[in-house]
Design a protein around this ligand. Structure first.
Ligand SMILES: O=P(O)(O)OC[C@H]1O[C@@H](O)[C@H](O)[C@@H](O)[C@@H]1O
Length: 288
């Protein structure tokens, strides 16, 4: 299959690549960073500052094949988050992460690259994505209702944030917030202290931050902010969960924490005919 993007349309520093046979992508090269975007899933797979550690975790055991979700980077959960609200035959986290996205535009600026992708339609909902790569990552998923009646969308920017060791990091910015613990189905409240991790966690937190992920092992902090979201999903499978996941190495759980800007649960959005909604997350690294 030929690559869907003609090389003549790409600015300096952008190359058309194959992530795997049949999975086209783009490789970005800039003095300050490198990045990889998969058109399959519209999924940013890598953003690595020059001379630094990667911002995003990508499982080396990801199944890079049509019909499978890629484990890592920033998967797009759309137009529903988690299981489908009524139909158990539908895939977990929606259809966007296993759909082919189309490049609409890519422009180079001093800071990096601005990228626009057109996504799938589902019913009367249509997805599109914009990415600003450099100096950090700014990702925005827009849903438009093309239909003539109100439609509901839930979604998440399911960022796999790379860390030196999950047992040594702290997440601040969500102190005191209430959350749904998906593992016990209990409603809980976070303590008034930065969050540290020592077990499997799957929390739908009723707060949007902004958050800071502090990683002493890599001597860095990651500033995480969002808009169009009142919900942050925080997930780590920990050791036992990872052992049950074929697309994650046994030790892979130590190397990431998912902090997801979401419209989940009661934060799903109703879109009137013609209306649109944008869910956005910004990630910016800082030295400690
Ligand atoms: O394995 P998947 O479908 O990529 O989902 C991973 C996790 O994604 C999180 O967002 C969910 O809250 C978890 O419940 C889920 O296990």
């Amino acid at each position: 299959m030929s690559h869907p993007v003609h090389p003549d349309l790409l600015p300096a520093g952008v190359r058309a690549i194959d992530i795997a046979p049949g999975l086209p992508g783009l490789a970005f090269s800039h003095p300050a960073f490198s990045a990889t975007l998969s058109l399959y899933g519209g999924q940013l797979l890598d953003f690595t500052p020059s001379g630094g550690q990667p911002l995003l975790y990508l499982s080396p055991q990801s199944r890079l094949e049509d019909g499978k979700a890629i484990r890592g980077g920033i998967p797009l959960c759309w137009p529903w988050f988690g299981p489908h609200p009524h139909d158990t035959a539908q895939p977990q986290h929606g259809v966007a992460r296993t759909a082919m996205w189309t490049l609409s535009a890519v422009v180079r600026s001093d800071d990096g690259f601005h990228v626009k992708l057109a996504g799938p339609r589902h019913g009367m909902l249509e997805a599109s994505l914009t990415l600003q790569l450099g100096p950090g990552v700014d990702i925005a998923l827009t849903t438009r209702n093309l239909g003539s009646s109100t439609a509901v969308v839930s979604a998440a920017l399911h960022s796999y944030l790379a860390v030196s060791d999950i047992r040594r990091i702290r997440l601040s910015g969500l102190e005191g917030a209430s959350y749904l613990d998906k593992l016990s189905a209990a409603s809980c409240q976070l303590p008034d202290a930065p969050w540290q991790f020592d077990a499997a966690t799957d929390a739908v937190v009723a707060a949007a931050g902004p958050c800071t992920l502090t990683d002493p092992g890599w001597q860095r902090a990651l500033a995480i902010s969002s808009s169009g979201s009142a919900t942050t999903v925080v997930w780590t499978p920990w050791q036992q969960g990872a052992a049950n996941m074929a697309d994650l190495p046994d030790e892979g759980w130590q190397q990431f924490l998912c902090v997801e800007a979401a419209n989940a649960g009661s934060d799903a959005r109703e879109l009137a005919p013609g209306a649109s909604h944008t869910l956005r997350q910004q990630l910016r690294l800082q030295a400690l």
